[in-house]
Ligand binder design. Sequence first.
Ligand code: OVM
Length: 402
Amino acid sequence: MNAATQTRASAPVLAIDPFAREFMDDPYPHFEAMREAGPVLWSPKYECYVVARHEDVQRVLSEWQTFSSAAGVGLANFNKEKPWRPPSIVLEADPPLHTRTRTVLARTMTPGVVRALRERFEREAEILVDRVLDMGTFDAVRDFAERYPTKVFPDALGLPEKGRENLLPYGNMVFNSFGPRNELTEAAFANAENVRGWIMANCAREALTKDGLGAMIYAAVDSGELNEDEAGMLVRSFLSAGVDTTVNAFGNMMWCLATFPDQWAKLREKPELARNAFEESLRYEGPAQAFFRTTTKETEIGGVKIDANEKICAFMQSANRDAARWDNADTFDIERKVVGHMGLGTGIHGCVGQPIARLEGEAVFAALARKAKSIELAGTPTRHYNNVLRAFATLPVRVTRR
Ligand code: OVM
């Protein structure tokens, strides 16, 4: 037996497939079993390690010197196989490259920028909520969750209207690509060349308005911080990370409100709780389930020796339900002190778009809280399966107006 096999063999084996539909239908009992089995598990099927406890997920996502992003944050190890697209220069990068690119992205999300966007985002939130209230019964995926982020975010970026229908298919490709190559990935890549073509063409300086967040990225070329190609790659990061995430966060939050009537009642009484309620939904039913890291050197997790160049899957959504970290972890509580949740990741790669995601969530769910009386399921939701996103395909909801 070689050394690698021995170290791997000292971790408990993860027998279940976390990228199978049965797992995605109800991951929570599996997450609990994973947390109980030990601090780190070995998946023989995928030949990667898995961490599922809050403490270990937090460490793996924080200790970037040991747990690198540069070899990809999915199962694919870029040290061993060619990535499907040129790697992201912020997500799939370590310092110093990551520091330079993240600085430019963060500048487009400052409190001043968010303040300037707020009025438009609130106006669009009112329009969205009025529309579903007029419908009465609607699909909270198609008519609600997908509508808002695919409007306000590309508007803020300065993207043209034409072709925006490519944004969700692109996100679906990107997020599936973090998992194994399976039938979900196959299906997501069916129309890949057209979708990628539109995305890449619209990352160019000429495609973007002069007054949006995209133009702010290109301003960093003019100031010498980035080259022109890098600016295009950062616009691509916006388009990759900023749409499917918020869309699914909205669907998941609507599901929470429809299935926890006491929490909806509380939010309706106090619409100012919308921001914390949205945050709690990122803990309770976060859209991004897991990201991987690659070890840069031999290390150890909970006494298990791990070699260099091994993949580790950090299950953020399991950390979000870890009873060792949260009181009543499986209860949706909109007044909870929710800081420390992993729904937006943590550490140097923690969601850079979070100020805009929170602005969107607050605007929409505060408007809903002010205008709606009742929210309930109007049928059985169906799941959209994605390797790393927790998502609904359909979510029938009935609302009444105050
Ligand atoms: C990127 C990117 C893609 C997907 C997700 C993400 C969660 C970033 O291309 O930089 O962050």
